[in-house]
Design a protein around this ligand. Structure first.
Ligand code: NAI
Length: 344
């Protein structure tokens, strides 16, 4: 029997994991996040199943290693919350690289449409029988230029939707490819020439705060910024200033740099200590969802299935773990996986 401890578990996670759980896997569900204060809960388990805001720092990884945990199974795509260097040669790390790129891309478009057609305002008005449409003037997406940063699985799905809307799609990717209807250019040119910018790249050391005071100043006035990727891609304070100065026309955020202590929990009875977030939320042209772009039935089922396969493959001793990640992943020459081996 493989013993797994699943952290930051929500009712919808439990439902999808219980539905397809293999018989030789026993899961203990914890509501709490994994961090230095809670890591002791992982004692006696073979693997931990973790999500975006669990903290897999060196301190936590060293403790997991000491407790004999052999595998960190991320039930998400991004792994910026894992110190992969600290895990190297100690604990293997696997992830779910794609569960439903369309789920995230559709959410990005849902937020964009909500914002530019003022649906969030109209919804509140009509609920109070206010049928005035003054102040709700939007703009057509048709004919606008959307700049996609990160043309991977989600970026491509989003670009496809945008092309369907009759938009011009320009893109920056570290590794540009040929995609019909999409024009690749430098990141600077994408940011400069877009009416709408949508972020779909992972958060890495080299793109932290790629949306900042300097880059916002070079954007088109009234630009709409959509971020369903990772909060750290945007300097929230600079975004707020950009909104106050009207340089930024609107922001649609599914992620926020300081989200880990806030998102996924009901904090409605609490005083919000984060002044930047509070001010952003007070803006009529900022829409925030709490990291829910992935949250569809289809995606949850796929997450459970791929996580189970990852765990099964690891404990069955498979030579290559298809979804393993390590800090050498981006260095092609050093990649063992491409040579049909585990990362270590
Ligand atoms: P992917 O790996 O298929 O695509 C990422 C693309 O970004 C690749 O084409 C890569 O070459 C490119 N890239 C890497 N570094 C870059 C950089 N510095 N600048 C520009 N492009 C760069 O990943 P996928 O599945 O499309 O996911 C993208 C991101 O979306 C994830 O890293 C994650 O942070 C976020 N995400 C958010 C979710 C949500 O619920 N809000 C759910 C799933 C993913």
């Amino acid at each position: 029997m493989i013993r797994a401890a699943m952290f930051d578990t929500k009712p919808y996670d439990r439902e999808s994991f219980d539905k397809t759980k293999p018989e030789d896997l026993e899961i203990t569900y914890f509501d709490t996040k994994l961090d230095p204060r809670t890591v002791e809960l992982a004692k006696g388990f073979d693997t931990v199943i973790v999500f975006v805001n669990d903290e897999l720092s060196k301190e936590v990884i060293d403790k997991l290693y000491e407790y004999g945990v052999k595998l960190i199974a991320l039930r998400c795509a991004g792994f910026n919350n894992v110190d992969v260097k600290a895990a190297y040669e100690k604990i293997h790390v696997v992830r779910v690289p794609a569960y439903s790129p369309e789920a995230v891309a559709e959410h990005a478009m849902a937020m964009l449409l909500t914002s530019v057609r003022r649906i969030h305002k109209a919804y509140n008005r009509t609920r109070e029988f206010n049928f005035s449409i003054n102040g709700l003037v939007g703009f057509n997406l048709h004919g606008k230029t959307v700049g996609v940063v990160g043309m991977g699985k989600i970026g491509k799905a989003f670009a496809k939707i945008c092309l369907g809307f009759g938009m011009k799609v320009i893109a920056y990717d570290k590794f540009p490819s040929e995609i019909p209807g999409v024009e690749f250019m430098s990141q600077e040119d994408v940011l400069k020439n877009s009416d709408i910018i949508s972020l779909h790249c992972p958060l890495t050391d080299d793109n932290h705060h790629l949306i900042n005071k300097a880059s916002i100043e070079k954007m088109k006035k009234g630009v709409v910024i959509v971020n369903t990727s990772r909060g750290g891609l945007i300097d929230a304070e600079d975004l707020l200033e950009g909104i106050k100065s009207r340089q930024v026309g609107a922001a649609c955020l599914d992620v926020y740099e300081e989200e880990s202590d806030l998102f996924f929990d009901d904090r409605s009875g609490h005083i919000l200590a984060d002044d930047i977030l509070a001010r952003l939320l007070s803006m009529p042209n900022v829409i925030l969802t709490s990291h829910q772009a992935f949250l569809t039935r289809e995606a949850l089922e796929a997450i459970a299935e791929v996580t189970f396969n990852n765990i099964r493959g690891f404990f069955a001793g498979d030579d290559v773990l298809a979804n393993e990640v390590c800090y050498k992943c981006e260095k092609v020459a050093e990649c063992k996986r491409s040579r049909q081996k585990r990362c270590f």
